[in-house]
Design a binder for this molecule. Structure first.
Ligand code: HEM
Length: 312
């Protein structure tokens, strides 16, 4: 049975549980702790203009700041290991202000609600007798929440990309686009690398330094911008918008909303790395779906921000 907690208490409980399971690294994010920020430009294709009034998706190119990251709370884990990677994009809007798209190289999430996510973390707590997680408890959790299975399985087997610029990143949640005539359409985003998807083969990566992916990206940027295409899947009536463990059928229409060109490391790394990239930071023409994980993330990220910005 799931215990109902008020939203603010639930956010604190989730961050506390992450700390208990994974440890605390003062001054770092409670997830995606190691990351580096870059300058970028986003050029909209114009195709989205009939579907959303969002300024950055229909008009002139806009500046953006992006952050690539390793998912763990431990900022010192080596890059060659299996891990989810993040691409967070902060678009700087023409009239001032920002809007964010936060993606990972996984197409679905591992829990449908924040309560389920907390229960999943608790199921992975170490057994006091052995000091190791009791896999039976995790399996029992998945048995009771079967839609968590595919995301957990994919995450556990995820191959390491050879570059931050050679993997697809999904924003996972559904959002709604509002057009100039007021109509609403559910959408889902993914960033597709221009360089193609390329991963390490078995046995490769042994010679990588701990921060190889950051070094590799620096070398790649000397040769030219690292680019991604923003693909947007258009939902049909009946497609779930409230469950991040479920994906939509592949045959759904997908449009190309624009192209992101990452050009160089930001000069003020400390400033940009301290910012929050929040998927609920939207702009006119884009609205939240009814996904409870999406709704919860802002408060959870605020708890993490509060702790890390006080060097806790
Ligand atoms: C209940 C579910 C989730 C929890 C508890 C959670 C937790 C966190 C926390 C604590 C942070 C650090 C925030 C900060 O200090 O700025 C973070 C960052 C991040 N999360 Fe989540 N998250 C959840 C869901 C997701 C989902 C569904 C995605 C997939 C798109 C995602 C992708 C990311 C990425 C890419 C970052 C790094 C953003 C950056 O570079 O600043 N998270 N998450």
């Amino acid at each position: 049975m799931t215990t109902e907690l008020p939203a603010s208490q639930l956010s604190v409980s989730i961050v506390d549980e992450i700390e208990q399971l994974k440890g605390t690294y003062p001054g770092y994010r409670r997830a995606h702790a190691r990351g580096v920020c870059y300058d970028a430009t986003f050029v909209p294709s114009g195709v989205a203009a009939d579907l959303t009034t969002a300024a950055h998706l229909r008009g002139e190119p806009v500046r953006a700041t992006v952050r690539f990251s390793h998912t763990d709370t431990n900022p010192h884990l080596p890059d060659a290991g299996t891990a989810v990677r993040g691409l967070a994009v902060k678009f700087h809007l023409p009239g001032g202000g920002n809007t964010d798209i936060v993606g990972v190289n996984l197409d679905r999430f591992i829990a449908a609600t924040p309560e389920d996510f907390l229960a999943l973390l608790k199921s992975a707590e170490p057994d006091p007798a052995t000091g190791a997680p009791d896999l039976g408890k995790v399996q029992a959790h998945v048995g009771a929440h079967p839609s968590a299975g595919p995301g957990l399985f994919t995450a556990s087997q995820l191959p390491t990309p050879v570059s931050y610029g050679t993997t697809t990143y999904w924003a996972i949640h559904a959002f709604f686009w509002r057009a100039a005539d007021g109509s609403l359409r559910p959408v889902r985003y993914r960033w597709v690398p221009e360089a193609g998807d390329h991963v390490l083969a078995a046995g490769e990566g042994g010679d990588w330094s701990a921060e190889h992916l950051t070094e590799e990206l620096g070398e790649r940027l000397v040769r030219g911008p690292v680019e991604f295409t923003l693909k947007v899947q258009l939902g049909e009536p009946g497609d779930p918008t409230n469950d991040a463990t479920l994906v939509w059928p592949e045959e759904r229409t997908e449009i190309t909303a624009g192209r992101l060109a990452i050009t160089a490391e930001v000069t003020d790394q400390k400033h940009w790395n301290s910012q929050v990239f929040d998927p609920t930071l939207l702009t006119e023409g884009i609205e939240l779906s009814d996904d409870p994980i999406l709704a919860a993330r802002s408060a959870i990220y605020a708890v993490s921000y509060d702790r890390r910005s006080h060097d806790r």
